[in-house]
Design a protein around this ligand. Structure first.
Ligand code: NAP
Length: 313
């Protein structure tokens, strides 16, 4: 079988991936961007992005990603809807299997991002899309949630953002956090806590999501972590916003990672395998911002270009 040979394959199509594509495209490398199951990445599921420089009024997350893609495509980047199932980084050119088809690449930029972390409860899994969701902007407007009490779990910027968004639909939004102070940035925390429809529930975790027997969310059983007291809060929806896990399963045992699965770059964006670079949330447990992902995508693009130039003398 003839295997298609690429200069640079970029795995992932979020801010990091498309910025790496922009830089490698402008270096005439015609990068191929494999979009993954969620083209545009997690940012496409947010509403307005207020902290990406250059957009004083904010910009819709989906629109930002469409613009990044257009900008990279203008210089010759190509997008392919597909998921990488396997990689072989043991020899040059590197091998990839994309939806069953083989592909070869001289350089790879990993920009696979991160996915929503789960609570790990039985009811969470069984009631997913039956009241349990990980994305208020995707699901918040569903009739199921209209004028109903809703629960958001988490204390970070995402939880605050989800809770604020849900005040448009729910009758009341309980913000359930395991500590007594939010992790969110001051501006987001202040906005959330001053919104009358948002009721914080401190020092509490969700012990159970009800009701698997009825095959829909009817409430949550909460446990106060300080007193161990339990209570039931009725609600029609549970929005889980407790952070993310890096999408790096594919590279386990091959690329150096920390204990949480974040890829550890050796120098700049270079990994322990020469010719394989990493950018964005899959390698960043500290900042995890759209602009830092874009910055790292730029660095990975430049480093991939230099690597290929050195190989070809
Ligand atoms: P995050 O900052 O990691 O916050 C996760 C929250 O979930 C924390 O409050 C954490 O509690 C809680 N949590 C984690 N595991 C839990 C569990 N098993 N059970 C219950 N609670 C749990 O994640 P994020 O809010 O998704 O934000 C990720 C990054 O994106 C951040 O850098 C954030 O600034 C950025 N972001 C920015 C914006 C914005 O600027 N508008 C919006 C969204 C995200 P503890 O606090 O106790 O650890």
């Amino acid at each position: 079988m003839r295997v298609l040979m690429e200069n640079v394959v970029i795995i992932g199509s979020g801010c990091a991936g498309w910025t790496a594509a922009l830089y490698t495209a402008r270096a005439n490398l015609r990068p191929l961007v494999l979009t993954g199951k969620q083209p545009g990445g997690l940012l496409t599921t947010t509403t307005v992005v207020e902290n990406y420089p250059g957009f004083p009024e904010g910009i819709d997350g989906y629109e930002l990603m469409v613009r990044l893609q257009k900008q990279a495509e203008r210089f010759g980047a190509r997008a392919q809807f597909g998921t990488v199932e396997a990689v072989d980084l043991s020899r040059q050119p590197f091998g990839l299997t994309v939806d069953g088809e083989p592909l070869a690449a001289e350089a790879i930029i990993i920009a696979t991002g991160a996915s929503h972390r789960h609570l790990g409860l039985e009811g969470e899994h069984k009631l997913e899309n039956k009241g349990v969701t990980y994305c208020a902007t995707c699901d918040g407007a569903l009739p199921l949630f209209r004028n109903q009490p809703l629960v958001v779990v988490g204390g970070g910027d995402s939880a605050c953002e989800e809770a604020l968004y849900l005040t448009r639909f729910g009758s009341v939004v309980y913000l359930v956090h395991r500590r007594d102070a939010l992790r969110a940035s001051k501006i987001m925390a202040q906005r959330a806590l001053s919104q009358p429809k948002i009721k914080p529930v401190w020092d509490s975790v969700v012990a159970e999501i009800l009701d698997v027997k009825q095959d829909k969310v009817t409430g949550v059983r909460l446990r106060n972590v300080k007193t161990n007291a339990e209570s039931v809060v009725e609600c029609a929806g549970v929005f889980v916003a407790i952070g993310h896990v890096p999408n790096t399963e594919l590279f386990k045992g091959v690329l150096e990672m920390d204990e949480s699965g974040y890829i550890i770059p050796r120098k700049g964006t270079a990994t322990n395998v020469p010719g394989v670079f990493v950018a964005g949330d899959c390698a960043d447990r500290v900042y995890r911002q759209a602009v830092t992902a874009a910055g790292l995508g730029c660095a990975a693009g430049i480093e991939a270009e230099r690597y290929l130039a050195a190989r070809h003398g």
